[in-house]
Ligand binder design. Sequence first.
Ligand SMILES: Cc1cc2nc3c(=O)[nH]c(=O)nc-3n(C[C@H](O)[C@H](O)[C@H](O)COP(=O)(O)O)c2cc1C
Length: 271
Amino acid sequence: MALNYESVDFIKVLGERRSCRFYDPERAVEAEKIQAICQAARNASHMGNANCITVTQVTKQETKDEFTKIVSAFNIPMAKMAPVSLVFALDRDKWYNGLPIGLPILFKQGGVNPSHGWSMDNIENSTLPRLTTFPPEIVSYLLSCETGMAMASAQLMATALGLGSCCYAGQGPKIAEVLGFPDSAQFVWAMAIGYPGESVESMGWRERSPYGDIIYAEKFGTPAIADPAVDAELTALGMMGEPSALTPQRLADINAAATKMGLPTRTDENG
Ligand SMILES: Cc1cc2nc3c(=O)[nH]c(=O)nc-3n(C[C@H](O)[C@H](O)[C@H](O)COP(=O)(O)O)c2cc1C
């Protein structure tokens, strides 16, 4: 077993994470890597430590075949190519039944403390009665954020282990049926995992909104100012870079990967 992440630099991992849409379908993903990715998801932050996020591993061909039919149309090639899909779901029962376990443990372990107003009395007679009577739609809303946190950790672990990944959507109710979800569980998003069929260099840097357009100082809409020296340092560390273009090389890479998979090719930025 070799996870081989001793020399992986976390800041570089942040910079090398991409939504990868071509995979090597012939190269299986090692079981230990899948486990490490799922452990990263499991170790992400959970509200009240109730542990409401589930990951269903889709690896067997027969499950993949069924699953691939019920993902969004433009995700079908990815679902077919990626040797593994992780299906992230939230389970509201784990909120209603897990909070009364998780929150007291958090207190007993010293995670939350009287310094901040926590007590067993407060947990049992105030916090738990309030949180465990939230209606299901509110719980789903809260837990979808928690699922996103788990997915982010999973993606970063996949990157650190030399794997490509991409979140992808599907038909929630049908996915729930095929994978045997209980009524309390709700599909959130799937994640393709596999050895990449396109390189980080080729994928380049994806365009982002300018810093001040989305990062605000004190008041919503007031642009925060990014220090160019910090950005230069982050760039040198491999965390960020200039947005890339659809160069002839990128076009050739896309078409080589698409042709290999028997998928349509493209000619220019318009298609
Ligand atoms: C919650 C979420 C859902 C996404 N769903 C899809 C999807 O259904 N299909 C897809 O091809 N990409 C999907 N993506 C990938 C984004 O489109 C991707 O983040 C975007 O292309 C920016 O590229 P980057 O992730 O490589 O930085 C999703 C990303 C997130 C965070």
